[in-house]
Each structure stands twice: as C-alpha cells, then as structure tokens.
Design a binder for this molecule. Structure first.
Ligand SMILES: Nc1ncnc2c1ncn2[C@@H]1O[C@H](COP(=O)(O)OP(=O)(O)O)[C@@H](O)[C@H]1O
Ligand SMILES: [Mg+2]
Length: 301
C-alpha cells in the first residue's frame, strides 16, 4: 500500500513509529506537512497539490493533525476522502473530538458515564451553574486548554465563583464539572484501535496534584482495566466515529467516567508504559479496512 501521514514533523515519536511499522510491513510511506498541501475544489475532479506536484495513488491517509491546525488540517483530510483515500480517522470525527462540549453532548446522548458537567456564557448564571453540578468542590476548565493548563480545582463555593468570574471576564469559554475526588489524582488512558482496547495505562499526578497529565509531572504505569472500563472506552470511540482514539477515564465509585476522547493520541507514553507495538496494530487495522470500509461521510461533513 501507499500510505500518507499528515504530520508537521517526521521526527516526532508517533510519526517515526508509524513510518517504521508501515515500512516493516512492506508499505510505502510519505509524510506530508498538512499546511503545505493546497487543493483544487472547483473542478469535478478534486485534487491535492504538494510543492507543485499532484498527489495521487494513495490507498490510505493517517491524520496526525495538531490541535492548532484543526481547521485547515481537517479540510485537507476531507479532500483526501473526496478522492477516495481511506482515512484512518475521518475528518468529521476529528472535528467532533476537538470540541469538548460537542464531544460530551454526543457521549451523553449515548448514555456513557461522565462527570456531571455544566457550561455557560453569562456571569449571571454562576451560582446556579455551580449548584447544577452538585456544588463545590468543582473542576473548572478552559475549553481550549490542553496538557492540564487551564484546569482548576475550586474547593469552595467562593473560590469557584471567583475563578468562574475571572475566566468569564476574559471572555473564555469554560466548563464546570463535578470533582471526582475518589479518582485520587489518577486517570486511565485506554488506547482504542478498531473495536479493541489494545493498550492501557494509568497516569498518576505528582504528589499533591489532582491533574494526572504527564506534562504536569504525572507518571505512567501499566494497568489492568475492568470489562466495564473496556466497553466504555470502545463505546466512546465508536460514538465519536474514531477508529483510533485515546479515551481518558476517571475511576469513580459509580463506575468509569469518560473525561476526554483524543483523536491523535500519542504513541510514546503508551508504548513505553506497556511495551506494546501499538504502531504495528494501527497499520494492521489499515490493511484490514482499505478497500473494504468506505468512509461514512465521504468528506461531506
Ligand atoms: N472532573 C474531574 N475530577 C477529577 N479530576 C479531574 C476532573 N477533570 C480533570 N481532572 C484531572 O485533570 C487532568 C486534566 O484534565 P483534562 O480535562 O484532561 O484537561 P486537558 O485537556 O488539559 O488534559 C485530568 O487528566 C485529570 O487527572
Ligand atoms: Mg487530558
């Protein structure tokens, strides 16, 4: 097969591992910087151009689109879908997963467990908003935050009110969430490929830190997940329409709660914590699906 990887840098761990795994299985791989792709959408024959060349003959495309280039990146991916290239994750599913509110709405519609979550825009709603999610302590999140930045634990009603007022004063979109204290500063990353969880790890926040992000000093270790956690992760990925996803769960005393579904989950943390060759499993899924599974939306989203 001829596989395109949409990635801004071929030296990144995940990109490197996917290249290695694909080449080891006898495929031809080309890494394309998504921002350098340009497209012809006016004609009946859509095209993708790259440095003066028309890109042709690809069987599959692996999107590794960073959060900062979602808009243009998904447009390029949609163009690949329109010319009939199999996308590992569809553009529509990636767009959904990048919007935390839309994701939570989709997951709740399917009855998946998640922390009680409120979102609002005007300061007049603050007290009721906090009451709605069960009162302090609450977790307040900036919608566009990543790597734990912009995630705050407000332990009292007063603290919650001031943080919400401050964020709203900055016109930031926020989400207010029930604090799952019993998770003990840990979460579980389930790496879903196809309809299986192929690897999972526990991330534990540093001493005195409720955020488990590795970027905030958290540590990763291998973990056995329960059948309920496994099925929750698989259903979450399927609800989003993602073939490959990193589903983050919190262990609450009423079962697993979905916190986030990531459409470009990194391979470095999970491969080193579990020793599994996740990149190879991803390439195998592409081999299985190319030519058999058409994209559900064919770039129409
Ligand atoms: N409702 C919550 N209850 C308990 N811990 C939480 C809650 N929400 C987030 N956390 C902790 O904070 C971390 C960062 O939150 P998250 O929503 O994943 O933001 P980001 O997108 O910045 O990673 C999570 O990994 C988790 O450890
Ligand atoms: Mg997170």
């Amino acid at each position: 097969m001829k596989i395109a990887i949409l990635s801004r840098n071929k030296k990144l761990y995940s990109t490197r591992r996917l290249i290695e795994a694909a080449e080891a299985r006898g495929h031809e791989v080309r890494v394309l910087d998504v921002l350098r792709c340009y497209m012809n959408i006016a004609s009946h024959k859509p095209q993708i151009h790259y440095q003066g060349e028309v890109l042709e003959g690809f069987d599959a495309v692996i999107p590794r689109i960073g959060a900062s280039v979602t808009f243009y990146g998904t447009a390029v991916l949609r163009q690949f879908e329109m010319v009939g290239v199999y996308p590992l994750n569809e553009s529509v599913a990636i767009t959904r997963s990048r919007d935390k509110l839309r994701s939570l709405q989709l997951l709740s519609r399917k009855g998946l467990g998640m922390p009680v979550t409120g979102f609002a825009h005007k300061p007049g709603d603050i007290q009721d908003l906090i009451k709605m999610v069960g009162g302090a302590p609450v977790v307040i999140k900036l919608l566009e935050g990543t790597q734990g930045i912009g995630v705050v634990l407000a332990e009292t009603q007063k603290a919650a009110e001031s943080v919400i007022e401050a964020f709203m004063g900055l016109r930031a979109n926020i989400l207010v969430q029930e604090y799952i204290a019993e998770a003990g500063g840990a979460d579980i990353r389930c790496f879903v490929v196809g309809d299986k969880v192929v690897a999972s790890m526990k991330r534990q926040g540093a001493e005195g830190e409720f955020r488990s992000n590795l970027h905030r000093g958290g540590t990763a270790s291998i973990i056995r997940i329960t059948p309920e956690e496994r099925s929750t992760a698989i259903r979450a990925a399927r609800t989003m329409g993602l073939n490959v996803a990193g589903v983050d769960l919190l262990r609450s005393n009423h079962g697993p709660l979905v916190m986030e579904v990531n459409s470009s989950p990194g391979l470095e943390g999970i491969e080193s914590a579990t020793g599994r060759n996740v990149a190879d499993i991803i390439i195998q899924l592409i081999e299985k699906n190319v030519g058999h599974t058409s994209t559900r939306t064919k770039g129409k989203g």
